[in-house]
Write a protein that binds this ligand. Structure first.
Ligand SMILES: Cc1cc2nc3c(=O)[nH]c(=O)nc-3n(C[C@H](O)[C@H](O)[C@H](O)COP(=O)(O)OP(=O)(O)OC[C@H]3O[C@@H](n4cnc5c(N)ncnc54)[C@H](O)[C@@H]3O)c2cc1C
Ligand code: SF4
Length: 505
């Protein structure tokens, strides 16, 4: 008997359900594991070379990890997944194939049909085990147009998994959410501890050479230093717990020119590949709180990001697919501006974060949300194009997390199914939370005129344009009320200047 197990590139789990299942019916000598690097998938978009290097190096290291456990691993590069699987089956002649459901909607549909269309053997697709909602789903039968709030989803998750919950069922510290304490600006000259870096071994060096030759890719992987194994990812997480978790909360929303990652964990690249497991991570963070090593607002904030936002986004993706990519509530049609591929703009905030992602393949959450997406909503950039830009450049990008974050939360293009209001702001917020404006050619306090910050022009223009709809949204009330400060003449000036600016993009 010979059984094949097909492991996808983002399923590098310590304990993979398909391997576990295979071991109940065959010995490790009878199990062949197939992993495929699809050249078509690598070239679907102009991906950042660091993203490609991470996926390929972690995959190849995972194959070594399985070999060390006695499995035969058929790790192959193929034109596409179908031809890779066919070639594997021709060589190994398995009696059947086991796999775990993909995180990607399209690929999951394809997995269901793969047996009939491409392989002449039974294929068993096991449930995806990478998310906590596979154990407990707070809303198993969501209504199509209903708006579900992350906050209540999160509380149900906290209760079910017993995270930061007292014996009487109340939230630890007396509150479900400590966000109010998490809005500090980074003090001038404050240096944040850097995440650890890992030396390139021979596998990673080979991968870097290969991705340097992928002509469709962008950026450089030469200085790649991320974790690529379970042990390294765990070491990176332990370092976060020790050196950055305590101040994670207060500076969660801060942005600065000099620091790429501040007190953020930079765990998404590893979690999304399956190298780290969410529940044990939040439990470790909670232990730091109980040991007196991390403040409650940091630990609760971290738990909320993972058990709340991450799981909620996964849940929203499956709830809204297919069709999520086509949402365009604000009827935005402009193409992504060229400077998004170079950072060559005189808007200092955009220049800083775009150059940062081109260099590192990473921006932290508030840079993604309140600089990049904020600009794209206000300027009216086509959501599908924005989504592809993010998909191309980010180290942690996968369909399941990109659609709800970009189309849903970032651009509000789904009409509020994911987030109840558009995350938009004028330069005021950016000036408050960053040091970007101090050295910018534009004036953050000027509403219009030659030196007025384009965020201001676009913000007021957006409010004027969508006033009636925004007024109807209770969460947008205070923003729209501020329109009363603009008389008819000023409205006309702002609109005309915004149009003039948009014509330059
Ligand atoms: C426009 C936009 C695009 C995004 N694209 C991605 C993406 O491609 N991949 C991705 O993993 N996250 C994405 N996010 C969510 C979030 O920005 C990143 O997870 C986070 O910046 C990763 O850095 P970190 O690990 O240091 O996070 P931390 O700030 O340390 O947070 C801890 C963890 O919480 C989870 N998390 C927090 N917020 C979210 C969220 N909104 N959605 C999902 N997980 C969350 C992540 O796993 C993260 O590692 C995006 C957000 C926006 C607004
Ligand atoms: S002034 Fe405007 S464009 Fe310049 S950094 Fe501030 S928000 Fe960005």
């Amino acid at each position: 008997m010979s059984i094949s197990v097909w492991i996808l590139e983002d399923q590098l789990l310590r304990t993979h359900p398909a391997v576990t299942k295979a071991l109940t019916i065959a010995t490790s000598a009878e199990i062949n594991i197939v992993m495929i690097e699809s050249r078509k998938a690598q070239q679907r978009l102009p991906y950042h070379r660091k993203r490609l290097a991470l996926i390929m190096s972690a995959g190849r290291h995972y194959a070594e990890h399985l070999k060390a456990q006695g499995f035969t691993v058929d790790y192959r590069s193929a034109a596409d997944v179908a031809s890779g699987l066919r070639a594997h089956c021709e060589k190994y002649q398995p009696s059947h194939l086991l796999t775990m459901a993909a995180s990607h909607y399209g690929l999951r549909q394809w997995q269901q049909h793969v047996a009939a269309e491409h392989l002449a053997l039974p294929v068993e697709v096991l449930a995806n085990a990478q998310f906590l909602t596979s154990e407990f789903d707070p809303y198993p039968k969501p209504e199509p147009d209903k708006r579900y709030l992350m906050e209540y989803f999160y509380r149900k998750m906290r209760k079910h998994f017993g995270l930061l919950i007292e014996p009487d069922g109340s939230p630890t510290g007396g509150s479900w959410n400590y966000d109010k304490l998490n809005r500090e600006k980074l003090p001038k000259g404050h240096a944040c501890p850097l995440p650890p870096t890992f030396e390139q071994d021979s596998i990673t060096k080979q991968v870097i050479l290969e991705v340097s030759q992928i002509e469709t890719a962008v950026g450089s992987a030469k200085d790649f230093s991320l974790a690529v194994t379970h042990q390294q990812a765990q070491a990176a997480f332990d370092d976060f717990l020790e050196h950055r978790l305590d101040l994670f909360g207060p500076y969660e929303d801060a942005m600065t020119t000099d620091e790429d990652t501040l007190y953020h964990s930079v765990m998404s690249p590893y979690m999304n590949l399956g190298l780290l497991e969410p529940l044990s991570m939040v439990e470790a963070a909670i232990r730091r709180y109980h040991a007196g090593n991390a403040r409650i607002n940091s630990v609760e904030g971290f738990v909320r990001q993972i058990v709340g936002w991450r799981e909620f986004m996964w849940w929203q993706y499956w709830r809204q697919m297919p069709g999520m990519r086509e949402h365009n509530h604000w009827q935005a049609t402009l193409p992504v501006p060229e400077f998004f591929w170079s950072g060559d703009t005189d808007m200092n905030c955009l220049k800083t974060v775009i150059k940062r992602v081109l260099r590192t393949s990473f921006n932290h959450h508030i840079e993604r949300l309140m600089i990049l997406c904020n600009f794209c909503v206000l300027a009216g950039i086509d959501p599908a194009e924005v989504n592809d830009w993010f998909m191309s450049l980010y180290i942690d990008a996968y369909d399941w997390v990109m659609y709800p974050n970009v189309i849903g939360m970032g651009l509000n293009a789904d009409g509020g199914l994911t987030a109840t209001k558009p995350y938009i702001s004028s330069a005021n917020y950016i000036n408050k939370m960053s040091d970007f404006c101090g050295t910018c050619r534009y004036k953050p306090k000027q509403r219009h005129g030659q030196d007025a910050c384009p965020f201001n022009l676009l913000y007021w223009n957006f409010l004027v344009k969508h006033e009636s709809e925004l007024r109807a949204n209770p969460r947008m009330g205070p923003n729209v009320l501020a329109l009363r400060h603009l008389d008819a003449e000023e409205r006309a000036i702002v609109t005309a200047e915004a149009e003039k600016f948009l014509a330059t993009l």
